[in-house]
Design a protein around this ligand. Structure first.
Ligand code: FE2
Ligand code: FE2
Length: 197
């Protein structure tokens, strides 16, 4: 009996702490700005990757059409972060010109290697971005409910893109494993830099 009541009390205390952590603490302003800066940069880079792939395949090919669906969603994402960057008064990353060129080059070069390689690029990029958005959802407190809703919708879109890549045989691209590792590392590095610079 004693054991049960102590156990219940501890449980209650834990729940209260949890509630306190999530709803009563304001998200740190610097963290918030980093989140918006890096997401704006990432979504911009994503539009450029798909631009590069569409430039090679053309919009009217079957694969081009599939990529266009993902590119349209990336356009919605960047439009939203263009709004948020103004609303939250966040300085965009100074490296946008670099992500412009690097994103396009990554998209075009993987497309030149073939459809499976282009899809392998999508799988690698979207895997990193999906995980990145999940991390952010854990970092944001409930004072940022709207932003969390936006990020969680975008995270679902990115995971859909990831799955489209898998469905299109990405894993059978020549050199899939090494290419994935290089692209994943590149994305993680770009994320780390774009938070601060
Ligand atoms: Fe996106
Ligand atoms: Fe995406």
């Amino acid at each position: 009996m004693d054991y049960i009541s102590i156990h219940t009390m501890q449980k209650k205390k834990k729940n209260t702490n949890k509630k306190f952590n999530k709803s009563n603490i304001k998200t740190n302003t610097e963290l918030l700005k980093e989140i918006i800066r890096v997401d704006h940069a990432g979504e911009y880079g994503a539009t450029r990757i798909y631009d590069g792939q569409i430039a090679i395949f053309g919009k009217n090919s079957k694969i081009g059409n599939t990529i266009k669906h993902m590119a349209d969603q990336e356009q919605e994402h960047i439009d939203k972060f263009n709004e948020l960057i103004l609303e939250y008064r966040v300085r965009p990353t100074a490296l946008l010109p670099l992500w412009n060129v690097a994103g396009f080059a990554l998209g075009a070069s993987t497309a030149l290697l073939g459809e499976k390689a282009a899809m392998a690029c999508t799988v690698a990029v979207e895997k990193v971005i999906g995980e990145h958005y999940d991390e952010q959802l854990n970092l944001l407190n409930d004072d940022q409910k709207e932003l969390k809703k936006t990020i969680s919708k975008f995270r679902d879109d990115e995971l859909e893109h990831h799955d489209i890549g898998i469905e299109h045989d990405a894993e059978n691209a020549p050199g899939y494993k090494i290419m994935s590792k290089i692209i994943e590392l590149g994305c993680k590095t770009a994320i780390a830099i774009s938070k601060k610079v």
